[in-house]
Ligand binder design. Structure first.
Ligand code: RIB
Ligand code: CA
Length: 315
């Protein structure tokens, strides 16, 4: 029995972030969740930190430590996505004031202090929102980089094009400067962009089995995905919305579900037209450092089977 993998999940719930948290909380035999850090993104910070606590409470994960991080990107103004996620950010579930407290202190300081006291190459960071908190931690304490085992993030796009501008995916578009800092941290980074997540669609055939599980957590997932489906199904004329963020935890649980290629990825931080674009050198036409493990394919049915099996653990 290998020991549980220490992880920190950084997120901007968001329904798909919420499902990722529930997938992680159902897998605590494999993951030592050191903390959950919230960042401004899909909705403002006061909502993302509240939503992270609501989901933790729904899951019965009352011991999870949730921290509030950065309320805006490093340089640009915050852009949110209420049109996708609804006024609360996790429309589909009832909003309540969670009993789980918000931890004192800033999320960036939690990340820095946790890594400072960790062994080299030991902690996996799992960001599923704009990378502001992660970048700020690396800027504040560059020496923490050696403590990072891997960063498994949701963000970017290559063949799929952008979902927020013609060229850029939301997480990178919101804070391209933070993404630039993270791309340069010289630690192993697995990047799961739209090229992968657009293969993982919440079709009725895939989410009805989740509804059939019954129970509060699976029911909450089903209702969130039913809401989450509305905007993207119409936008893409697709058979369901892409379930972006849970691909990160699924990758850590079963990387065999994914196809990846080491290559260079750089971030556009100058052009107003293509700000936040991820320039993925998939065919290695430059001699730039292969800084990213780029994920380009997913076994979507295998992903939903894994998600459903883990949600069934909630009983
Ligand atoms: O582009 C999709 C990403 O942006 C997901 O992480 C979603 O939650 C939003 O944050
Ligand atoms: Ca997210």
């Amino acid at each position: 029995m290998t020991s549980a993998l220490p992880i920190i999940i950084d997120c901007d719930p968001g329904q798909d972030d919420a499902v990722n948290l529930l997938l992680a909380y159902a897998s605590r035999d494999e993951f030592d969740i050191l903390g959950v850090t919230a960042v401004a993104g899909n909705v403002p910070l006061e909502m993302t930190q509240r939503n992270a606590r609501i989901i933790s409470e729904l899951a019965g994960a009352d011991d999870i430590r949730v921290y509030a991080g950065c309320a805006r990107p490093l340089v640009r103004e915050l852009v949110t996505a209420h049109e996708v996620h609804g006024p609360t950010g996790i429309d589909g579930v009832e909003i309540f004031e969670p009993k789980i407290p918000l931890q004192p202190g800033h999320a960036v300081d939690f990340i820095v202090n946790t890594l400072r006291h960790a062994a080299d190459d030991s902690v996996t960071l799992v960001p599923t929102g704009p990378l502001t908190n992660i970048a700020m931690a690396l800027i504040k304490a560059p020496a923490i980089a050696s403590k990072i085992r891997e960063i498994v993030l949701m963000g970017g796009a290559m063949r799929e094009g952008g979902n927020t501008s013609p060229s850029a995916e939301f997480n990178i578009f919101v804070d391209p400067h933070a993404a630039h800092v993270v791309m340069g941290c010289e630690r192993p980074i697995t990047m799961i962009g739209l090229d992968a997540t657009h293969q993982v669609l919440c079709s009725p055939a895939r989410i009805e089995p989740i509804k059939a599980l019954g129970g509060a957590s699976a029911g909450a997932v089903y209702r969130m995905l039913a809401f989450f489906n509305k905007h993207d199904t119409e936008k893409y004329d697709s058979n369901g919305a892409p379930l972006h963020d849970p691909c990160t935890m699924a990758y850590l649980i079963n990387p065999q579900l994914f196809k990846t290629k080491k290559c260079n990825v750089e971030i556009e931080t100058e052009s107003p037209l293509t700000m936040g674009h991820t320039a993925v050198d998939f065919w290695r036409v430059t001699n730039r450092r292969h800084n990213i493990n780029w994920v380009y394919a997913v076994d979507a049915d295998g992903f939903f089977a894994l998600l459903t099996e883990r949600l069934a653990r909630y009983g």
